[in-house]
Design a protein around this ligand. Structure first.
Ligand SMILES: [Fe+2]
Ligand SMILES: [Fe+2]
Ligand SMILES: [Fe+2]
Length: 364
């Protein structure tokens, strides 16, 4: 049951109100996915797709959705209050109730997150906990339905009328900074609506792919450390165990979301681009292989660690190079502005700007 993110054109930071509404669509989809998993699996063992949907959904509400709340509470609502325009009165009267909703949903998400994590770590969830989870998700569904309708249909249209271009630009700027997008990257976001920009092999990576490319560098660094170490230390069991634990932790902390960003946003958006199908099929198979190698690293005897570590580093390195050399150039050649505006924010939502490794100690 893969999560479908949809193919509707998304907005960018030059259109912050459009971006806020796009974010509502993501809230609805991720919440629907959590509800579907809960109703289908009912606390039982999760299959691969269900586990993936649960992990991604929980992560979305833990990391990305709170930034959306801050976008409204710290950037948009105060500007509406301050503008003094009479047309804003009825919409402003709604803002306190919306803020109160934010507090309620945050508390509900905290409990949902704890229950979901328990399900993921233990493999099953007791009946009583499932009931609680399902009930909270239903409550959230109702709250979001009402809340989002008010924002999309009453608050944002008024904001569009009463806030001038400069105010809206500042809202967009603050939203970008909240996501650690530096100003150079922001400039590229503001260019997203520009006509398609073809890139030659000598030009640098397309901006919407830069977070993935940065993480590729970290991945290559890990592979290099493993390859170099294996030359002299392939019989050193302490070193082998340390490197295996680095590989597993790097996978859990960097690669899981990296693969999700590719599988949820990049690969589906590239469907139909010339030459993409075969490469994407290979890359998906390699994602599965890398996941399996990590499972093996967790289970095998120390005596086979060197071989498996080498296979992991060989596979990951070749995979990254294939994405950089074969997949990304296809995207850069063929992605329309609409596709780019879907892929860029989607990747940012999941992995941020990736301007530095989350755990540099794993790459030493
Ligand atoms: Fe809201
Ligand atoms: Fe990949
Ligand atoms: Fe990748």
């Amino acid at each position: 049951m893969p999560i479908t993110i949809g193919s509707k054109t998304e907005s960018d930071y030059s259109n912050p109100l459009g971006l806020l509404s796009d974010c509502h669509r993501r809230i609805e989809r991720f919440l629907d996915a959590l509800i579907l998993v809960t109703n289908r699996a009912r606390g039982g063992e999760l299959d691969k797709d269900q586990r993936n949907a649960l992990e991604v959904g929980l992560r979305y509400f833990r990391e990305a959705a709170p930034k959306h709340t801050l976008d409204e509470e710290e950037s948009l609502f105060p500007r509406m209050h301050a503008c003094g325009d009479a047309r804003a009165r009825s919409a402003i009267a709604l803002l306190d109730a919306l803020r109160a909703d934010h507090v309620v949903v945050e508390a509900e998400h905290t409990v949902i997150d704890a229950l979901g994590k328990r399900w993921l770590s233990r493999g099953v969830l007791p009946a009583q906990a499932v009931e609680r989870l399902a009930q909270l998700l239903d409550q959230l569904h109702l709250t979001y339905q009402r809340h989002i309708a008010i924002e999309d249909q009453e608050v944002f249209p008024v904001a569009r009328q009463i806030l001038d271009r400069a105010e809206l630009t500042n809202v967009g700027l603050e939203m970008a900074m909240r996501r650690s997008i530096n100003l150079t990257a922001l400039e590229s976001h503001l260019r997203i609506l520009a006509p398609r920009r073809k890139m030659t092999s000598s030009s640098r990576r397309h901006d919407s792919l830069i977070p993935l490319s940065r993480e590729h560098q970290y991945g290559l660094m890990l592979c290099m450390r493993i390859h170099r170490g294996l030359v002299e230390r392939d019989a050193d069991s302490n070193w082998l165990q340390l490197k295996a634990s680095h590989a597993v932790r790097f996978f859990e902390r960097e690669l899981v979301t990296h693969f999700q960003a590719e599988e949820m946003f990049l690969f589906p958006a590239m469907e139909g681009m010339p030459g993409s199908t075969e490469v994407i099929d290979q890359l998906l198979t390699e994602h599965i292989k890398i996941r399996r190698l990590i499972d093996r690293l967790l289970q095998i005897e120390v005596t086979s660690l060197a071989t498996t570590l080498k296979e992991f580093a060989d596979t990951l390195e070749a995979h990254i190079r294939k994405e950089e050399r074969e997949l990304f150039p296809i995207y850069e050649e063929h992605a329309s502005p609409e596709t780019i505006s879907l892929v860029g924010p989607g990747i940012f939502d999941l992995i941020g700007s990736a301007s530095r490794p989350r755990h540099p100690e794993l790459l030493k």
